[in-house]
Design a protein around this ligand. Structure first.
Ligand code: NAI
Ligand code: MG
Length: 504
């Protein structure tokens, strides 16, 4: 097969064995930018052996809604490293996002996106910008667990786990350490989501303490993303949960100037995937005008991840020198600054000519020894005492008088359980709600032990057992209430494991 072995001559492989990589050439501009990128890797003696896999449009259109077939899975399982050009997701319903499929099935927990300005060669308002966004990639609202519960109400479960937080936060600090970064910023919304985002923040503080040489700070995501958009030069590494990371990584790429420039990595414990951040650009496909820089930067990240730091530096520096020398593809071409507008393959040739050269204007890439070898220790669960102290029963009720449902529920006699309060969309409406609060058909009714002392500022709940919950549900059902779900209330080592209602 053509291109099968990039470094074919044994002489060229002085110290490195060949590393097999599953390569997807992608759709649209994919094959052109992949060819250009691989030609640079080959010229730089990167010890990479591509094994080609088919992903994307053709696979989707052959009737496979996942966009990936068994043969590709087999090669991925064997090679553990995926280098992927962008693919086209056909329009229409029923096609699953290939990226989501790959991330979830391969446990690619960290999405790493470095974005830096290349001013004045790439137009940006933020010439000093140099940010790496490390986004948790598997959990949060992206678990995709959604339900319609009543006529009015749908829900999406936001799942944040301690092992998930520990992995991503530790990855961020280890990344900062091996890639010479000075600061890690955590962005969450734990003033509102005290349990979920609160856990992420708590883990961040715990782990930050283990890296005293790296500066750390935290920001609430709303002001954090606003500040990132206005002063990106103030940030170094940002670590955050899935949804916030999705949003701020696009903000960062956009304000840096060009979608054609940035690469990204999806890192797992056993497998990693590298790709450009842009899509398959069908509008310019087949014209030899696409910018291969995003994919090339992904290749540099892959080499760094594989511990090939010298070759990663060599390619990155040749690329920076090419940009500085004014050889620009159409997407970044500027009449006053560029020397020549070049096509995809010519750009690659200019990079190859500069292998071994250093940039003079930009800071040269100089990876630290040991970069890429980021090992995250296995999670160890600490045992805690878990005690059931109540239950939230969610009821579909089409009335609109909180006093009526509150008094009816209070009158239900169920062994050792009493109604503590009712909320609607999280706001307490019984006892002592306000007339102005808008009520939907979705009532969260909190039951606790008969003996609970709930009027103290720090209520003492008292334990209940699950049989009592089952008996309560049966009573409610017999009384005609439409129970749509329950959520048990636990204390862990005496600490409350549930949020209070607003106004509770
Ligand atoms: P896109 O990123 O492909 O294109 C947006 C604009 O940027 C277009 O004008 C395009 O010409 C330009 N552009 C993108 N990459 C460029 C490059 N390397 N050089 C020069 N110009 C470049 O986004 P779009 O149009 O929304 O999506 C097109 C297809 O790509 C869709 O089918 C989408 O599903 C897919 N896609 C795939 C991704 C992946 O495989 N990781 C990521 C994003 C989109
Ligand atoms: Mg996105």
């Amino acid at each position: 097969m053509k291109n099968k072995v990039l470094v074919s001559s044994k002489k060229q492989i002085t110290e490195n064995r060949l590393i097999k990589v599953a390569v997807a050439q992608g759709d649209g501009i994919g094959p052109e930018i992949m060819k250009a990128t691989l030609s640079i890797l080959k010229a730089a003696n990167a010890p990479i052996e591509p094994e080609y896999i088919r992903l994307g449009e053709q696979v989707y259109l052959s009737g496979n809604s996942a966009g990936i077939d068994k043969k590709a899975w087999k090669i991925i399982n064997e090679n553990k490293i995926i280098f992927k050009a962008p693919i086209t997701t056909p329009q229409g319903k029923g096609f699953k996002s290939l990226n989501v499929t790959l991330r979830k099935s391969l446990g690619l927990f960290a999405n790493v996106r470095p974005v830096n300005a290349l001013h004045p060669y790439v137009n940006t308002h933020f010439p000093e910008m140099d940010v790496v966004i490390i986004r948790e990639n598997e959990e949060d609202l992206y678990a995709g667990i959604e339900h319609q519960q009543t006529e009015d109400v749908v829900q999406c479960l936001k799942l944040i786990t301690r092992p998930g937080c520990e992995k991503i936060v530790r990855y961020a600090f280890e990344y900062a350490r091996v890639y010479n970064r000075r600061k890690v910023t955590c962005m969450v919304k734990d003033n509102i989501m005290k349990l979920t985002d609160g856990l992420f923040h708590r883990v961040f503080k715990e782990i930050a303490a283990e890296y005293p040489e790296i500066e750390s700070n935290s920001q609430i995501i709303d002001i954090g993303s606003a500040k990132l958009a206005a002063h990106p030069e103030d940030y170094d590494v940002i670590v955050t949960t899935n949804l916030y990371g999705d949003i701020i990584s696009d903000i960062a790429a956009e304000i840096a100037g060009s979608v054609g420039m940035a690469g990204s990595a999806n890192i797992g414990t056993n497998v990693a995937m590298f790709e450009a951040i842009h899509g398959s650009a069908p509008d310019i496909a087949g014209q030899n005008i696409a910018n291969p820089s995003g994919l090339l930067n992904a290749a540099v990240m892959m080499l760094a991840h594989l511990g090939q730091r010298e070759i990663a530096d060599k390619i990155k520096n040749a690329w920076l020198a090419t940009i500085e020398d004014g050889y620009h593809t159409a997407d970044i071409y500027q009449k006053e600054i560029s020397l020549e507008k070049v096509g995809t393959s010519q750009f690659a040739e200019e990079v190859i000519k500069r292998l071994g050269k250093f940039p003079s204007f930009f800071i040269a890439s100089n990876l630290r020894e040991g970069s890429g070898n980021i090992q995250i220790a296995d999670y160890k669960r600490l045992p805690s005492k878990k005690e059931l102290v109540g239950v939230d029963v969610f009821i579909d009720w089409q009335g609109n008088d909180p006093e009526l449902i509150g008094k009816t529920l209070s009158a239900v006699k169920s062994y050792n359980l009493k109604l503590k309060m009712i909320t609607n969309r999280g706001v307490k409406v019984f006892p002592e709600g306000r007339k102005e609060t808008y009520c939907t058909d979705h009532w969260r009714c909190r039951f606790v032990s008969e003996s609970a002392d709930i009027f103290k500022p720090m209520p003492i709940y008292g334990s209940i057992n699950f049989e009592q919950v089952v008996a309560l549900l049966s009573k409610l059902n017999n009384t005609g209430f439409d129970v749509i779900k329950t959520e048990n209330l636990y204390e862990f080592d005496g600490r409350r494991g549930f949020s209070l209602g607003q106004g509770e």
